[in-house]
Each structure stands twice: as C-alpha cells, then as structure tokens.
Write a protein that binds this ligand. Structure first.
Ligand SMILES: [Zn+2]
Length: 356
C-alpha cells in the first residue's frame, strides 16, 4: 500500500491533464450505449478461509492461510516470513494448474469484476450497472493500460465508464483518476480527504464540474444502482466505505479500512488510530452490518460471506495494536495471520475489542 497522499496525486494528475492525450488510445468518444458483456473473464476461485467462510484468495494470502493451517510451532518459530519454500512449491502447483488461483479479469458476481495486474495485491472493481460502468479505485497510472485492456477484453468500451468512485486518495487507489475524467467519467471524492480543497482550486472549471464531493450518509446513484457512503476516517481522514446491494447480495466496499481476516490499513502521519477504531465500530454497528456478505477490499483476499465477522477481526487486531501502543510499545503494524496463529497456540484466539 503506497503511502503517497492525495496532494502528490494531484501533482501527477494535473501533469497528466496538461498532456494532450486525455482520451484513451483508440477510443471513440461517441459511444454511449452499454454493450452486453460477452468478453473473456476468469471465474472466481472460491476457497474456504480460516474462519470457515468462502473467500477468493490472492497468492500471498493463500500462502498465509497455508501457514496458519499447517505450520508446526517449530516451523513458525523460525520466522513467519520464512516461507520461500512454500512460494516455490505453490509456484509449481499454480503453473501446473493443480492448485487453482485467481486470475484477472475475474468475475466475482454477475457483472461485477476485479481488474488489475494478476500478481499485484491491488483490487480495482468494475460494476456493469446496466446503464453505464462504475469503476471503483482506478489505481496507479502505471497500471491503467492493463486495466484498459481488461475492460476491452470484457467486451466493454472505455467510453462506457460513467463514474469512478474512490475509497480514499492514496495514489495506489486514485492516481489515474484524471484520465477517466478526461474521457467523460464523473469522479466521486471524499470531502474530508487531505488536499481536496487544493485539488478543487487547481483544476479547470470543466474538470471541477466532473467532480462530486461525498459526505457521510450520502445516498449516491450510479444509474439504477443506489449506494450509501459511510465515512470511516482513520486510515486517511476521508476514507469512505460503500454499502450496496448487488443482485440480491449485500456488499460493502471497504478500501483500506476492512481487509481479510483482520488485516488492517497501513498507518502513517495522516492516519489516526482512535478514529480508525471508532470507524470500525461504526461499521460493525451499522444497521445493515448483519446483511453484508461480500467485502470488497482495496487489497488482496475478497470475503464472500459473513462480512460483519471481517469487520470484527479488524476490530480485534487494531485493538491489540492500540493496547500495545498505549502501553508504550512503538507499533503500527501486525500481521493478522501471525497474530491469530500465535494466539491460537496459547489458546487465546479471542481478543476483546477496545470500545474506544
Ligand atoms: Zn490507503
């Protein structure tokens, strides 16, 4: 997870804006109708996660779970990161196809895709709303060609992207935003994200008209798709999650706020642990939290069931970090798989989350 702020994003993005090639190469600007998906994509590789519910693992997390499930205490004691042999073993298995692994573009649910480089733990989501495409966290500029090719591969046209929704302003989620605005999409940004005022002041009026600032509780509409914005500061001041219903399945898009099995967003000078904890409780106690099944995080493994449990795991891990910090330890990261492994050895899998 790259730590560059929105301000740096602005510089990169504005630099792109002054370059003439704002439209996508080879793209017709007149295309407005939505083509039915008839392209090529990979189906999800659904496995059972450590909590017993269905997940779609990325490679790194697949190996984390293998260690969690299979390693002896002696092996773990040599170092949790000493897993080169596993990477070799599974590289052979993946290569031979005897162990399946997710590939991209991947369809998670009908008309909902994950895009981006296959071996990079960054998730860009594409929703076919039936009345235009919604892109969530468009990602690094350097990966835009890959994402564009995948969109075309799915049978869509880049001119069909009507909206780009950002979970927060970090460059690994937001850097390529100006290119999509340039090709006609509206961009949805968080009003509380650092640098947003400077960004608005710096862009020309024709760009400013394409920007929508979001606030907590906003009910957004992407064609026929209603989405609720839930402001969840902590990782960044503007971090926002999005609750929606996709063809009968309750989904929460979480950016870097809630990740699989307790993995938490990385924290830097723009982050706030107390705000993060409060945001996790806000999600956990949200009126729809019992309905959320699928968690779509900004990175790595996708949880397909029991979304509220994923929120609880992050509550546990962040609480553990905050407790240790309050006790004087200098700590801003815990590997959740390693933490839960070590707690299980001690017979103490449950961590009581801090209330505040
Ligand atoms: Zn981030």
């Amino acid at each position: 997870m790259n730590r560059r702020s929105l301000l740096l994003c602005i510089i990169v993005s504005l630099a792109m804006f002054v370059v003439p090639a704002l439209t996508f190469p080879g793209e017709s600007e007149s295309v407005t109708s939505l083509k039915k998906t008839d392209g090529l994509y990979y189906p999800p590789v659904i496995q059972k996660g450590p909590s017993g519910h269905k997940v779609i693992h990325d490679r790194m997390t697949f190996i984390e779970q293998y260690k969690y499930d299979n390693w002896s205490p002696e092996q773990a004691a040599k170092g949790w990161d000493k897993d080169e042999e596993l990477w070799k073993k599974f590289s052979w298995e993946w290569g031979k196809g005897t162990v399946p692994i997710q590939r991209r573009p991947m369809q998670v649910l009908d008309g909902l895709f994950v895009l981006g480089p296959e071996d990079y733990q960054q998730n860009t989501y594409l929703f076919d709303t039936g009345d235009g495409l919604l892109l969530v966290d468009c990602g690094y500029e350097k990966f835009r060609p890959c994402i564009e090719i995948q969109i075309r591969q799915l049978g869509y046209n880049l001119g069909q992207i009507k909206w780009v929704l950002l979970t927060h302003g970090h460059s690994d989620h937001a850097e390529s935003i100006m290119a999509y605005i340039g090709s006609g999409a509206d961009a949805y940004l968080q009003a509380d994200e650092p640098g947003i005022k400077e960004f608005l002041a710096a862009v020309p009026p024709e760009i400013a008209r394409k920007l929508v600032l979001m606030h907590d509780g906003d009910r957004l509409s992407f064609g026929p798709l209603p989405v609720e914005a839930i402001h969840t500061p902590g990782h960044t001041a503007g971090s926002t999650c999005f609750s929606l219903n996709w063809q009968g399945t309750a989904v929460l898009i979480t950016g870097d706020v809630v990740l699989h099995f307790g993995r938490h967003g990385s924290m830097d000078e723009g982050s706030d642990w107390n705000h993060y904890l409060a945001s996790l409780w806000k999600l956990y106690n949200h009126p729809r939290s019992g309905e959320w099944q699928v968690i779509l995080p900004g990175h790595s493994t996708i949880d397909l069931e029991n979304g509220r449990e994923s929120i609880y795991r992050v509550l546990q891990v962040t609480s553990e970090i905050i407790r240790r910090r309050r006790a004087g330890e200098s700590l801003d990261w815990l590997n959740s798989y390693q933490l839960f492994y070590e707690l299980r050895l001690k017979g103490e899998l449950e961590i009581e989350p801090l209330k505040n």
